[in-house]
Design a binder for this molecule. Structure first.
Ligand code: WT7
Length: 632
């Protein structure tokens, strides 16, 4: 770890009058007593409805397998949907959805959201889905993804959402690992005006996944698809069956019953299945959204993430509904057909809070200020950022051009594993552009050196979290040993985040990036191992190494080194073919920007690829300690 250059010194102070009106007018007053985090979380849990109260707030007797609100009976759907069905909130908009081409708008009150969720739950139940069963959801950004997730949760089934951009190989692996008997998908999705054939990918994946008994298909693009009459069912046909109508009760579950698994990339081997539970996750996502974004009854909240990632789970689906808010879902991306798409939507739908990723901001910045300036963005009150560090230039552009200098930017640091924000700002505190803020209430964070000692302020080190929190993952599904060894063994008793960071003298944390073999490309998480194994599945490739290098818009880009098999020669065509291969066999996000053909890769004597050395070479930096390098 290195002695870092000076941290940027600019501070943006909130307008005191506005700040006084926020839920948390004084951060330190609430954030202070971290020692008593149990009371803090218990008080928040009391703001929600429980079928039966808990006996113990935090059971740490089997740490790091922490349990929260044990003995409590609950279902997250009761608090996200059912409890809003009485009184005036039943008519409040829960979801506003807009199609990619902007020609279709679908809105759902809490009342009609419940009807949709019940229909889905009735159908799933009729297909034999019950408590504890895993269901794989591979759907585009359409309302049905929310209904399907909530329907699973309502029945106590465990959803496993796979981002509908992943390849059939990646999907197959996730279906097999979770042993899903049901897959929910669509005929296709719209991507920049073109159809992406989802059902075809599912067919390919399911061919090699014998656990799957049923596939439910939502019609979205009208694309022709192959239907296996014994296995595939159009949702449109199912929903007209008498069995689909009528009431469906929400299952009474234990607080610690699983809610979902979500696969995310790790440093080695196969993706990790992060497991979250009903009670704690509910309390965590509800509380963080409420305090950090100060969400109010009249707000229209827009989280641009896809439900295929944790941000979509926590802050597009569960968090807003748990707060009884109106959540906005847009099928498309920021620049199709023109780079004013988002600004148009903010103006037309009167969005109050926009939560997005630095990579999106940077890509929109390139088109200049004229695009946002054509629109009235005065409905915006707060802005948010997530997924990777936001560089101060992008922060200031976002603040000045989109927020017109009026809207504080909440930079929220968290992970698939943490379920909810861990290091963040709140709107009333002074903001330091580029910093992730401070640990959320009840949390304490530290920056450590290799020996586990805190490093002096301003120096880079390994970021750890000290206190358990309700929305934390409970384990890695079917791999508890890996849960312990990855997160809790380096510094016993402390949660290893995998990030490096610095803390400044005011207690603000500055996230630098991953310290493991995880690369964040456009805010998406990829493991070098996944990229490399996709490479070697191509017949021309003997060996490959992937590293992340800085990229102006994407944050990081993938740079790959490839050793070809005997009989293959480097060429531009082969390079294109390999790029295509990665896109198809892993995901378009993983497409390398550069492929370099080499004769050999630097390795340790035990045969491990030294990516650190490759990175240093690519960046023209000193190679560091190469004493373990095998130079035969
Ligand atoms: C990794 C987790 C959790 C939301 C989406 C990503 C990086 C996340 C920030 C931020 C700097 C950030 C970290 C972290 N990260 N938010 N505000 N500032 N870095 O979830 O895919 O599990 O990735 O994203 O490196 O470890 P994820």
């Amino acid at each position: 770890m290195t002695q870092a250059p000076d941290l940027p010194a600019d501070i943006v102070t909130p307008d005191p009058e506005t700040a006084a009106g926020y839920r948390i007018p004084d951060w330190d007053a609430v954030a202070g007593p971290a020692a008593d985090f149990r009371t803090f979380w218990e008080d928040r849990a009391k703001e929600l409805e429980w079928y039966e109260p808990w006996d113990t707030v935090l059971d740490d007797s089997d740490a790091p397998f922490y349990k929260w609100f044990t003995g409590g009976k609950v279902n997250i759907v009761h608090n996200a949907v059912d409890r809003w069905l009485v009184g005036p909130t039943r008519n409040k908009l829960a979801l506003i959805w807009v199609s990619e081409d902007g020609k279709e708008t679908r809105t759902f009150s809490y009342y009609s959201l419940n009807r949709e969720v019940m229909t889905w739950a009735n159908i799933l139940k009729a297909m034999g889905v019950g408590k504890g069963d895993r269901v794989t959801i591979y759907l585009p950004r359409i309302p049905e993804i929310m209904f399907a997730m909530l329907a699973c949760a309502k029945l106590g089934a465990v959803h496993s959402v796979v981002f509908a951009g992943f390849s059939s190989d990646a999907l197959k692996e996730r279906i097999l690992d979770s042993e899903s008997r049901l897959v929910i998908t669509a005929d296709g999705s719209w991507v920049n005006g073109k159809v992406f054939e989802l059902k075809k990918i599912v067919d390919e994946a399911v061919r090699h996944a014998p656990t799957v008994e049923n596939v439910v298909v939502v019609k979205r693009t009208g694309t022709e698809v192959a239907i296996d009459p014994l296995r595939d069912h159009w949702f449109g046909d199912l929903e007209t069956l008498p069995i689909a109508k009528g009431q469906c009760a929400t299952e009474v579950l234990d607080a610690e019953d699983p809610l979902y698994i979500l696969y995310t990339s790790g440093s080695t081997g196969r993706p990790k299945a992060i497991l979250h539970t009903h009670g704690g996750y509910m309390v965590g996502t509800y509380t963080t959204l409420k305090y950090v974004f100060d969400i109010r009854d009249e707000d229209r909240w827009w989280c641009t993430a896809d439900p295929g990632w944790v941000t979509g789970h926590s802050y597009l689906v569960y968090g807003p509904l748990l707060n009884g808010a109106t959540t906005f879902m847009f099928e498309g991306g920021p620049t199709y057909p023109y780079p004013n798409r988002w600004w148009q939507l903010i103006e037309y739908y009167g969005i109050n809070i926009l939560y997005t990723a630095p990579t999106a901001i940077r890509s929109l910045m390139r088109f200049g200020e004229a695009w946002p300036n054509r629109h009235d963005l005065s409905s915006l009150r707060l802005l948010g950022s997530v997924g990777e560090p936001i560089n101060p230039e992008a922060w200031h552009w976002y603040h000045r051009v989109i927020g017109k200098g009026r809207c504080p930017i909440m930079d929220t640091w968290w992970q698939t594993e943490t379920g909810s924000f861990q290091i963040t700002s709140v709107p009333s505190m002074p903001l330091k552009p580029g910093s992730g803020g401070k640990p959320f209430f009840g949390q304490e964070a530290e920056v450590l050196n290799e020996k586990g000692e805190p490093v002096p302020d301003g120096q880079e080190g390994f970021l750890v979290l000290k206190n358990p929190w309700p929305a934390m993952m409970r384990t890695l599904y079917q791999d508890p040993e890996r849960y312990v060894s990855t997160y809790w063994s380096t510094y016993p008793g402390k949660y290893l985040t995998g990030d490096s960071a610095r803390k400044d003298a005011d207690g603000y944390f500055w996230i630098i990036g991953r310290t493991d073999d995880v690369i964040k490309v456009s805010g998406h998480r990829l493991g070098t191992a996944e990229v490399e194994s996709a490479f070697v599945s191509h017949p021309a490739v003997a060996e490959a190494a992937a590293i992340g290098l800085p990229h102006e818009v994407k944050g990081n880009m993938i740079h790959a080194y490839v050793v070809l098999r005997v009989g293959y020669a480097p060429s531009e065509d082969l390079e294109d073919e390999l790029r295509q291969h990665i896109s198809q066999h892993l995901s378009p996000i993983a497409k390398p920007d550069h492929i370099e053909f080499v004769d050999a890769l630097p390795k340790t004597r035990s045969g491990k690829i030294m990516r650190r050395v490759l990175r240093a070479r690519a960046l023209g930096l000193p190679e560091g300690d190469t004493s373990t390098m095998d130079d035969d």
